[in-house]
Design a protein. Sequence first.
Lengths: 335, 512
Amino acid sequence: MASNKTVDIGKRMRLQEHLMKYFSFSAIVILIIAFSASQQNFLGKANLKTLLSDSAPLIIMSIGMTFILILGSIDLAMGSVCSVANVLTVMVLNDIGPSLSSPVLAAFLALVVSIIFGAFAGVIQGIIHVKLKVPSFIASLGFMSLWQSVALLITEAPVSVAKAMWPAIEWVKVTFGVIGLPLILALIGVAILYVIQNYTTIGRSLYSIGGNERASRIAGISVDKVKISLFVVSGICAALGGYFLAAKLRSSAPRVGDSFTLLIVAAVALGGTSLSGGRGGVLGTVLGVFTVSVIQNGMNFIGVDAYWQNIVFGLFVLAAVAISVDRSVRGLVVK
Amino acid sequence: MANTIDNKLLFSAKNIDKHYAATHALKGVELDVHEGEIVGLVGENGAGKSTLLKIIIGAESPTSGEMTMHGEPYDPKNPLDANANGIGMVFQEQSLIVSLTVGQNLFFGHEREFSKFGIINWPKVYKEAQQVLEEVDISNINPRKRVNELNFATRQMIEIAKVMNVTRQAGDQKCLILLDEPTSVLSETETKNLFVQMRKIAAKGHAVIFVSHRLDEVLEISDRIYVYKDGASVGMLDTKDASEIKLYEMMVGRTTSSEYYQIDKQSKPQEEVILEASDLGLAGIFKHINLKLHKGEILGVCGVVGSGKEEICEVLCGDEKPTSGELIIKGKKVNFSSPSKGLREGILMIPKERLFEGIVRTLSVQNNIALSNLKKLSKFSFVSAAKVKKQALHWIDQMRIKTNSPKELMIQLSGGNQQKVVFSRALASECDILILNHPTRGVDVGAKEEIYTLVREIAALGKAIILLGDTLDECIGMSNRVIVMKDGLITGEFDSGIYNKPSQVDVVSLMM
């Protein structure tokens, strides 16, 4: 029955997917041409380096969010989890670091602490969303506010990383040509999540749950377990973003993550992941991040006011979601 | 019954054709309805009755053909348009908003008529609602009552009242009311009451189109009967010339159902009990359920909507936790908290609502087939793409699934082929117990037969099956044994061997 309609829907879904795929790619090309035509040094080595290294934390966080959006959920707490991880990192470096034998060990300890915190944040958010059936939108909104306060309670004012601990964050400056170590690490993260997404049972379940949670449950997939695990992944990604930012800024910044929430959603949506769930992937997100970075960098380059920049990103999110959303599904877009 | 055919023609449809890509759903269908007439439409599932109703009410448009209403050309853009022309429909799925009151439902979308400066005059709404209810003789219902406090029969009457009211606003012309399976949720006395109301409506010169699977009802209430088969009208009878046997022959083109359900292939169940429920209960839904399921057995569960049979399926597959009693599978006491736990013990359900519970439409055919046994196709939780594809190709071939490639999106398949994918997935999971919840729902006749063959084969392999049939006929025809449920209790059990199938009447008498 109704196969005409279904064929059309199938075609439309494919078309939408292609549109989204090439949307961010062509946006990057057009933006780069436009910026470099109007600004001589836009494609200079110095700016290229800034552009690429700036995108590393955003990549790490956005790929975590990609999984959550494919599930059909959303994690608005990523920015504030990033903030908490950021202040924790600096706290570990400054308070515990000096008592350890080497700054590298301190860097490692801070990394472990961040990851554990990120995983913890993901687990409790996942459990509250899955077991208590609180929509992820609300659950993460609650945690966003909660972690924002925790970050400020730990460190009210930004604290610089003590000079003795600078070796612990030197890695952030290592570069190979225009490509910095942070970007390489971020891309390794992308590779890991790409493998999880495409080649593991959890990754395949991710798509089926995002496509139809009820059917996946009836088919015998451990929906709750998969969802919680993926919230753990996004929590860890958010925490790693905070760790990267601590190294890059050489200081704690308890509000650093706030502005990332919108950027992350913008990047993932521009990268072709459907907010209705079931479609998209981390590779598209990398393109989405570069689109966002080019816009951000370009606007900084030509001196657009920061407040105006947020207007631009707001519009970009709306446009990207409007293109990608599956209007044939009734009901809530975000579960 | 009055000889209504001499009355003025109210509605007519000529040469209605409807194509959906590959499917030719309606082939030159004809239908005439006169004022004051009750016309019955009968046909198997997929014969085109629902499509025809959807076209009349304006929810779908015909590929070709003409319709007239009150002698004027009639081409509704949408159901509102149809209402304006005096045609209203009570849908199979109830369309009342249960959290609102009866009065609010009756005038839903028409609140403006009762409001002044944007403030709704509720006393006026309820006063008029009372009058509307009196029209259909259910004046004993307080229009301020919420719909969810009422039983299904009353809700049905309210729907009819609502449709009458909406259509009457077209003016004082005669209206046409479409009733799609209105009796499926009603008890016998409620049905009788409904028929009395239908007669009253017809006596006022309005016309009713009545669709039901129950031939006896159609024979009782209609003046004339149209019979459809595979999207075409195969005949029109005056009710006085019709009988159940005659209608059945016209509908299926066969005199008996035994070959349809391949009863000769029905295999004998083994001795071994694979699933046993003792005193199983789910608070407020069903209780004291005792049943034994043997290897190779098809156990049919019959009952009306709300009898608790659907919920039993949900409890058995692990989707819902029972509140009392115990479940023993292969001699082991089990306690499922989710269907994934059930799957581990070898029990899986093929759900009723294919689109919402059965398939993931954004995934490919091969990924849908691999849904339930992904773990078996992986090593150290890395999925082997080659195995997923190989498995899909195997089932596409075995089940004759029509698809261009295993990578085609699920949404591009027809209903019957989607259902075959769902079956493939269930079989690939290698479960020993399958719960088939309306396995032939919404698939065409050809696919239906293939599914029956398949179910027979599965049973012959020694798998145990719990079957909720789409029709009572199907449930009895396919099963080795039938249990009957009513109001959450098992009210009877019948052997249903090849030569001793229980009669539908006997089964129905325990359902109602």
